[in-house]
Design a protein around this ligand. Sequence first.
Ligand code: FB9
Length: 490
Amino acid sequence: MAEDAILGYLEKNEGILDSGCFAVEFGIDHDEIINVTKSLNGYGLVIAQAKEIFKLGEKGNCGENHTLFQGSPEVQLYSVIPAEGISPDELQKRVDPTIFKVGFAQAMKNKWVERVKQLISRKVQHVDDKVKECLVHIQAGEVVGREEIDALKRRKLILSQTWKGYSIRKGPNYVPKRKKAATDLTREHLQSGAWKKLELKEYNFNAKGLPPEGGHLHPLLKVRQQLKNIFLQMGFEEMPTNNFVESSFWNFDALFQPQQHPARDSHDTFFLQAPSTTNWLPEDYVERVKCVHESGGYGSRGYGYDWKREEANKNLLRTHTTAVSSRMLYKLAQKPFTPKKYFSIDRVFRNEAVDRTHLAEFHQIEGLICDRGLTLGDLIGVLYDFFSRLGMTKLRFKPAYNPYTEPSMEIFSYHEGFGKWVEIGNSGMFRPEMLLPMGLPDDVCVVAWGLSLERPTMILYGIDNIRDLFGHKVDLGLMKKNPICRLGLQ
Ligand code: FB9
């Protein structure tokens, strides 16, 4: 190791150790010698030294055709001129254009050749390639005269560099082998008494401390905050979504979703084993929901099946935040009606096949407006307002089906980057069979829409596999270095 080699050398040699020579002689990287030297702390007296060194420049040592291998351009040119002389055109055919240009000028300057009209001929019988000789000496690290150095620098055949090294000799604290200084005083040192002979490493007050780690926001949380700001700017209030566990009643029945609907199957929904059933529901409201499912009412004919309370009692992981919307609208119906604008952004769970862009859970974003006399036009208008704040202004709407909304629309936006229409959400007007059993006035309508948080986040952050965004395989480096989220036209 470099420290033992240096201290061992000083033990056998009273003289001064030159770090550069030492590195070459012992085959140790000079930078490692420098680092050890800085930590000798009096074991060795260190004198910093700096000297000019030269490295072959690009023109001096680049491939086989250059000065160090083929000789200087002037010598190469001189050697192809025949005794009887040669025309400039013929000479240019015999050497590389660069060799001709540089070599002819230098050979004329050296008075090695002369040009009389269309004939170039030799003026001397023999030439020495002093340029090549100097480069060979420099390459070997040998001393070369100042004049020659300046000439080579002017021709860019060598580059000047400042070499920094050290001269080292024995210092007052010199020992042939330094005891490894301890960096901590441990319980074992104190108990065993080893502390008495312990050599503690000096505290380096100049050492830079570790950069303090700060917290980092996940991209999903950044996009969620941006979307929350959009809703708040539009005058929406956030709904309380702090219950992942929900009853089938609020998640499905209250939304007029029939108990035979495939989405209510355990292949699509996570039902809880314990507690498997809810322990309280508003009984008068439950009765109205039962009736509207079985025999309709409010102008509806219902589904005509035997609605089962035990089905409604089953606990599950909510499959959409529309379950929260149904709770909020029921609560709103329990007092004199006032129009409301609500939103929610939180996790929902679906027992579906996972793939590159879908997990068994995602964050649903939902907005709703509850007021008297709302129409589909109001829904379309608020969708244009909302999505324009996300930078999406070219929208299209496609008729769709949801059990709890009629009419329903899928929402599409033209994505300039992808050059195609992208589905960006779903929407609709909650059905009377959902709103009227709650007790809302019969002229009150609710327009609502939903989208996911993951899809926009993956597009905005250029992530194409959802496992790189969410889950136990996420690269924490991405969490630390992902850029801020700037959404559309806010
Ligand atoms: O988010 C979706 N797509 C989307 C959204 C934004 C976006 O922004 C980019 C920067 C440009 C890009 C894409 N979708 C909804 C559409 C599809 O991704 C779809 O394949 C996946 N959908 C999820 C459900 O599928 C398991 C997204 C999720 C979704 C779908 C419907 C609703 C909520 C989330 C709803 C609703 C609703 C309807 C009526 C009343 C109340 C709520």
